[in-house]
Design a protein around this ligand. Sequence first.
Ligand code: HEC
Length: 507
Amino acid sequence: MRNWIVGIALFTIVGVAACSALLPDWMTIKGPILSSMFGGGIDAPSNATVQSRFHLAEGFEVQLFAEGLPNARFMRFSPGGDLIVSQPRVGRLVHVFRDLDGDGRSDGHKILIENLDRPHGFDFRDQQLYIGEGGAIARVGFLETGPDSIAVAGEPTRIVEGIPEGGNHWSRTLRFGPDDKIYLNVGSSCNVCEEEDPRRAAILRFNVDGSGAEIYASGLRNSVGFDWQPGTDQLFATDNGRDLLGDDYPPCELNRIERGGFYGFPVANGNRRPDPHFGEGQSDRIAASIPPSHSFQAHTAPLGMTFVRHPDAEESLRGAALVALHGSWNRSELSGYKVVSLHWEANGEIVERDFMTGFNFNDDVIGRPVDIIEGPDGSFYLSDDYAGAIYRIAPKGTLAGGPNTQLSRPAAAPLSNPLADLDAATLADKTARGATLFAGNACGTCHLAEIAEAGMVAKPLGGLAAKYTIDSLSHFLLTPTPPMPVVALSPDDRRALSIYLLSTYAN
Ligand code: HEC
């Protein structure tokens, strides 16, 4: 019994509990999943395993794009086309670099912002990055000076605070809608209960400055993924059905979200079926609830979803949506662990097909899909919080090594001298000023072996000309990666210091 309580508490902490099954089946929880509850996860599979295990819909192939990203959850591309991924458990967003060397893999990753409170969903508007934290919406300036050259500016401020937290379902997915308002998922505080705070089990909406809070839709147990259908701007959201009613009930849902709509939690499950514990005497509320537009198999835990938008999308995916099914946690036979595509038929029906399977094979789990998004080039990126991996999926023959590489990102711009535009006098003047600033701000204590403190391994500077422009290096100095401190400098001095660095440590 004690283990059981500890187990449930852990699920509460990491927030992965979703659709599940009969209580006695708790004992059937598979080893790897327990380790993912502790944040351990597993390593990403080898290339050979990726190719042998995963099965893609006709005409598509997959590659491991990035690894070493434990607890990788939600993703967005920045307006300039850089991939950002949230790692809520470690409180940060990371920038996953482009594949400029053309080997089909990201060229690495770097922390974009950290020390956040469980950042999950995030989105961009007007040079600002908006982040859904456990109980708040944070906003921070976002600087984009070129491919792979991005940074946040200054400290984030919380434009909304006091969003209910605690209990289950801490993950806050945040996205801007076509109406330029912020949509935020706030899942239920429990497996099933009448919520005290009406903002739970709901999708909330805010103005861009955080004002005008509104309960946009309610009765949604946990709508982690949502997107607007291109052409109609109709909002659709995934929802995870409650636990502990058996292996095959209730279904997980896709809902067509109407403003003010009520979707049944906790009184009804699936298509207006009364909940055995909370449905009694609630026939009016149940009758008024909106049934799902599509039902997924019970306990599959649909999370992120995206409509396919790219104008050159494969015919088979035109108008479709892709949904990541994270997978059941204590169903006697695992369900989910795959990506499915949803197709809107002419008669209004939604047909579900497998898009990517193989994460679970005979109870051997090598990953758990979380979010799927479409890249600027039309390929798909899938995050996996169990193997700490990102997969890239594209039409056959277009990934690295294929005969047709036109979908890969453009090659890096040829290297140029970032100081070429400066005349000799300015260069000399700024370099001298920068050298004084470098010495005066103790930069050498970490970067020059000669003056590094005893026991400290100096981090030599070099190769800066290939990585930075004057502007992007000035931005870096504003938002350095810890442990490097931000030094208070005027914009002019920051520029002079950058010029000094670029001339001294160019190669
Ligand atoms: C406490 C140690 C520390 C101090 C002080 C420090 N830095 Fe750094 N700096 C680092 C570390 C560590 C990195 C590497 C960060 C990373 O890997 O992303 C770094 C990275 C850099 C980079 C980027 C290097 C690259 O290859 O991209 C530059 C430029 C830089 N520092 C300049 C400075 C300047 C200028 C100062 C003084 C204002 C300074 N640093 C002070 C620790 C420090």
